[in-house]
Write a new protein. Structure first.
Length: 494
């Protein structure tokens, strides 16, 4: 975990340049640096809203395209995003110079974690929501935390905050750090407390198999100080396995009877969820949430458990849980359009897909549910979970699978490629009406023609899904008459 920035004297740094500034985390880093008083610039090849508008509002200039001349004003240090490779022309110019450079995680550590208590939330699922939720609990409890999260935390109006309190709450990503540092990002964050939400196979582009994934999380557990607060989701056996280490006593939580802290009597009413928090054999309290489903109840319980280990009382924690409004694109209600609810979600792993469908089922009981999925992540684009997705979508009433997202930087061979048609066929064989459509416009027309008042449409993708959210909202909210598609491909399962 080294770079040419390891020995840079931060006290002399005034100007910082970010290569690939328009990524969500990189834009947050730019905003944090600007707020701290540094002169900040950046470059990217894809400069578009919302990040471009956000950076413009902060007064941070963006240079379009990656070029050697972007470094001509000699920044004191360069932060390199993990989406750029060694052969990037701007990176090539950087490597040919004597300008020090850092990865995003190392820059976060070096510029912002000194003097703070680093609280990391890691895991295959739920880490974004849990990070934002924990930060909000601390905020409501008057602790004035700092935080950085990989999503738009609605309560904070963005994905970072620099507070005066002792805690810095961080989403700990297991993805690799940079082209010059292939270790997981979370190893840079020097955690002094940790929530581990889940451990399952993911990121098939960088991890060989589940054992490889587990090795990354073991490294994270290994750098926790002895006696550090550690909350682990007991519903995921691989999380329990990697958390076993001498000098640590994990607090286990979840729906499982084996957990020390358990969820009991989960119910939904009036747009809220509530559940009892059971410790050992007794009920400690009842928690209420605005965010739906067992998946979020488990996130909230992990936050509650760690916050207790950080010294907060139950009556300091519960108001933050109840007032937490969520993270954009995590079971986010886009709106009700002529009686049809449109939900946008980031789910892409089969476990997350099943959890999101269950959560929406609970929140909208009795309504017909359309699950609309884009195979876009580096794992879902591969057939790694071809069979698992059949079970994941089984609780939906109607399923539409979009085309496999094509990435020039990570081409998938034909024998590895996920098959939307096969998933649709398998679901139909189980009595779940499903269709695979490669074109976004066909999905829009099919849903507009076949969705009815009272239905719920759940979009699931870890990317833009070709602008489907915006296109569908416009089509559903407009005139009842829609243009007919050419040929039979506009028919969706009714």
């Amino acid at each position: 975990m080294t770079s040419q920035g390891d020995n840079v004297d931060l006290s002399t740094v005034q100007r910082v340049h970010l290569i690939a500034i328009c990524g969500v985390a990189m834009a947050a880093m730019a905003g944090m640096l600007k707020q701290r008083g540094y002169q900040v610039s950046g470059s990217d090849e894809n400069v578009y809203p919302p990040m471009s508008m956000l950076l413009e509002r902060w007064g941070i200039p963006i240079r379009t395209g990656f070029r050697a001349e972007n470094l001509s004003d000699r920044p004191d240090v360069v932060v390199v995003g993990n989406k750029v490779s060694r052969d990037n022309p701007e990176v090539q110019a950087l490597l040919a110079s004597d300008t020090p450079y850092l990865s995003l995680p190392q820059a976060l550590h070096d510029f912002f974690l000194a003097g703070k208590r680093s609280i990391v939330v890691a895991g295959t699922h739920g880490k974004t929501t849990s990070t934002a939720m924990l930060a909000w609990v601390l905020e409501r409890a008057g602790r004035d935390p700092s935080m950085m999260v990989g999503g738009d935390a609605k309560d904070f109006g963005g994905n970072f905050k620099l507070g005066a309190g002792e805690h810095f709450v961080l989403e700990g990503d297991e993805y690799d750090t940079a082209f010059f540092d292939k270790g997981p990002k979370f190893l840079h964050y020097a955690p002094q407390a940790l929530i581990l939400t889940a451990v399952e196979f993911d990121h098939a582009d960088i991890y060989r198999d589940l054992d490889h994934v587990k090795s990354a999380f073991r490294k994270l557990i290994a750098i926790l100080p002895a006696g550090a607060p550690l909350a682990v989701a007991a519903d995921f056996p691989h999380a329990l396995e990697v958390a076993h280490r001498e000098g640590l006593t994990p607090e286990t939580f979840g729906l499982s009877d084996a957990a020390r802290w358990r969820i009991a009597n989960l119910r939904a009413a009036n747009g809220e969820s509530s559940f009892e928090i059971v410790r050992g054999g007794g009920v400690e309290c009842t928690a209420t949430l605005r965010v739906p489903g067992a998946i979020n109840a488990r996130n909230a319980l992990g936050v509650y458990v760690l916050a207790r280990r950080l010294g907060l009382r139950g009556d300091e924690i519960l108001p933050g849980l109840r007032s937490f409004t969520g993270v954009a694109r995590r079971q986010e209600l886009v709106g009700e359009f002529n009686g049809i609810a449109l939900i946008d979600d980031f789910a892409h792993h089969p476990t997350a897909v099943a959890g999101s469908i269950a959560a929406i089922r609970q929140h909208y009981p009795g309504r017909r549910l359309w699950a609309v999925f884009e195979p876009r992540s580096n794992t879902s684009r591969r057939k790694v979970f071809q069979r698992e997705y059949v079970d994941a979508f089984a609780a939906a009433d109607r399923v539409i699978i979009g085309g496999v997202f094509q990435k020039q930087t990570d081409a998938v061979s034909a024998d590895e490629l996920f098959s939307p048609d096969q998933l649709a066929s398998n679901l139909n064989a189980r009595g779940i009406k499903a269709r695979a459509y490669p074109e976004i416009e066909t999905i829009v027309v099919g849903l507009t023609r076949n969705a009815k008042p009272g239905d719920v449409i759940l979009l699931m993708s870890n990317g833009s899904f070709g602008g489907l959210r915006e296109k569908l909202a416009a089509a559903l909210g407009g005139s009842a008459s829609s243009p007919s598609p050419s040929g039979p491909s506009g028919k969706a399962p009714r």
